[in-house]
Design a protein around this ligand. Sequence first.
Ligand code: DGL
Length: 262
Amino acid sequence: MQNTPIGIFDSGVGGLSVLKEIRKSLPNESIVYFADSANCPYGSKVEAQAQALAREKIEFLLEQGCKLIVIACNTVTAVAIDEFRSVFGVPFIGMEPALKPATFQTKTGKIGVLATENTFNGRLFKQTLEKYANGVEVFVQPGFGLVELVEKGEHKSKKARRLLEKYLLPMIEQGVDTLVLGCTHYPFLKEMIEKIAPQPIAVIDPSSAVAAQTKRILCEFNLCSEQNNPTFSFYTTGEKINADRILSQTMNHPYHLKQIKR
Ligand code: DGL
């Protein structure tokens, strides 16, 4: 069981930002990653549809023998992780909006959160807000259109810049000095965000915390691998060429990529 893979799921290629951190923390682990790029974005879909789409892919990952699943998607965590934990017999790790570290970082007491509509509508975000946002002002902004640009590899385009300026400059003008990235596609935009901010802002990406939590849970369940030759398999419902463009920039190890119709 120790040497069976970790499964990572995202609506698309965004979860590769999480995979990168998991590779750093857990270099001996084999990974099977599923990107549902043909159905991406999930962030503005009806919740039940996003749940059903994600569930099918989790079943596929479990058929591949995954010992633990990382939902590397804030949106799917928000709409489906409770159900997955109650139905499937493996540990699940999800993404939580990183408001807690943001409250420690901010000096102005004003935090921005960029995420999808479904993430903001979910119970998890409301609970996290209640728990951690005492005494700070939180500005929320759905990142309409950004996920699609990252999927197409256009995260450095003029269009990406225009959208980010529209979403972020108003909150920065109001004093936001710390920005939480509440969608795993957005770390691909980090460089552009730092460029457009008129003064330095702290950009918080929870990927490394999620990798640390994955490691903790694997150890707790005695599931850590010590193999020296881990394998990496990627499945996408989208175009192989799009996945490969981002994968080749993310992975420094040979991998196997397959398009799958599901
Ligand atoms: N990476 C997903 C997230 O973290 C993208 C959401 C979407 O598909 O809209 O929320």
